[in-house]
Design a protein around this ligand. Structure first.
Ligand SMILES: Cc1cc2nc3c(=O)[nH]c(=O)nc-3n(C[C@H](O)[C@H](O)[C@H](O)COP(=O)(O)OP(=O)(O)OC[C@H]3O[C@@H](n4cnc5c(N)ncnc54)[C@H](O)[C@@H]3O)c2cc1C
Length: 373
């Protein structure tokens, strides 16, 4: 099958790109959007599911609802990519395109971390969040550990959010004084580009008696204990793990990765292959692995492709800006506005936690849902 634009992966990046191309070019867009999953789930919805704030059914956004001029959605598992020929093989057939965009996200790799099991004691998959939603209400005494296996990982604030929301739940159930909470994070601070955000989170941990172990990784999980990469051990009766990440195997097998991810020009998102782009968690862009950055990079690719498909020249220029909402607990959400590419080093500004930002975060999700589906 021949398309003008073939988008691999219907996550934050792929959905945003397909939507803009459809809005701009209508029926002429000639987009094929491929994803092996049945539905999209926002990353932050996994926290809502894990803490019983949303049902699993309510956060699933089925791809069957996509109905956009010029966009054909295919539910197919991609088995091979030939970037030099812009040729993609799926379980259902072969696709070729004038322009190929790889937006396949990051997969989880639990093999290097004995005892971490997908769908059991991690909350980065939907299955894991659902499973922990059943387990957490039975945790009434002992040691809880939110443990990150390695960096980079999606949404750097998410482990801090898990600690603060777990604290709230234990308080609500009247068992907090019988439980300890520890955060094991490979980063030196919770949100490295924004010292003010990191300070606010560390202060929130201190106020709630949450132990913060920065610069360390979860190395193994066993019965009643976990091991860290510095050789130390911690008691652990409830583990909320963040598994190691890596690009999906199909991308590595295509020879597109270096150091685990697809290298791209940070401004144009072009790979070393002609008319082949990559954005989001699958790529090394110089920004964190988060939906807002995948979406921003997709917008830049859209600018390039709209021009190319109209017969004009000129690349979009990705700005590396993004705003991330952070659950601070107590019914409050903060926001960090970060800038990764304009200066010599990343910077970030904190909008302090408030009830108003809870509504803004809800609108962030609702507006994407309305635009993409
Ligand atoms: C707990 C948690 C909280 C988060 N909170 C936030 C937040 O508040 N804000 C934020 O911006 N980000 C957040 N994130 C991060 C965000 O979810 C990801 O960074 C974002 O989804 C990345 O977008 P993407 O388009 O690169 O990839 P994805 O959204 O992961 O999409 C990739 C798609 O590719 C498909 N795919 C992969 N391999 C294949 C294959 N072989 N064949 C077919 N299809 C395939 C997958 O099914 C998937 O749909 C959070 C993540 C987690 C886990």
């Amino acid at each position: 099958m021949q398309s003008r634009v073939l988008i691999l992966g219907a996550g934050f990046g792929g959905l945003e790109l397909a939507t803009i191309l459809s809005d701009e070019l209508g029926a002429d867009a000639g987009v094929t959007l491929i994803d092996g999953a049945e539905e999209f789930v926002f990353g932050f919805s996994k926290l809502d599911v894990m803490f019983g704030r949303a049902s699993p059914e309510s956060v699933r956004l089925p791809y069957a609802a996509i109905d956009k001029p010029g966009v054909s959605f295919r539910r197919e598992r991609i088995t091979a990519i030939d970037p030099g020929r812009r040729r993609v093989t799926t379980e259902a057939g072969v696709h070729e395109a004038e322009h190929l965009v790889v937006a396949l996200g990051a997969d989880y790799d639990v093999e290097p971390t004995p005892g971490v099991v997908l769908g059991e004691n991690e909350y980065y998959s939907v299955a894991g969040a659902e499973r922990l939603a059943d387990v957490i209400p039975g945790f009434e005494r002992g040691h809880a550990v939110i443990g990150v296996c390695d960096a980079p990982f999606k949404c750097p604030p998410a482990p801090s959010e898990a600690c603060l929301l777990l604290h709230d739940q234990l308080v609500e159930r009247g068992v907090r004084d019988r439980c300890e909470i520890t955060l094991v994070l490979p980063l030196p601070t919770p949100v490295p580009p924004s010292p003010a955000t990191s300070d606010a989170l560390v202060e929130a941990f201190a106020e709630r008696d949450i132990r913060f172990l920065p610069g360390r990784r979860l190395a193994a999980a066993g019965d009643g204990a976990i091991a860290l990469d510095d050789g130390s051990e911690l008691p652990c009766d409830l583990l909320l793990a963040v598994p190691r990440h890596r690009a999906p195997d199909v991308v590595g097998d295509a020879g597109m990765t270096e150091d685990g991810y697809v290298p791209v020009d940070s401004r144009t998102l072009r790979t070393r292959y002609e008319n082949v782009y990559a954005c989001g968690d699958v790529a090394t862009v110089g920004v964190p692995k988060a939906g807002v950055f995948a979406e921003g990079a997709a917008r830049s690719i859209a600018t390039t492709l709209v021009a190319a498909l109209r017969g004009a020249a000129g690349d979009g220029c990705y700005d590396g800006l993004g705003s991330c909402y952070i659950e601070f607990g107590g019914g409050r959400v903060g926001r960090v506005d970060v800038d990764f590419l304009s200066g010599p080093k990343p910077t970030g500004t904190l909008q302090p936690p408030s009830a108003g930002l809870v509504a803004e975060k809800a609108e962030f999700g609702a507006s994407r849902r309305a635009r993409w589906f």
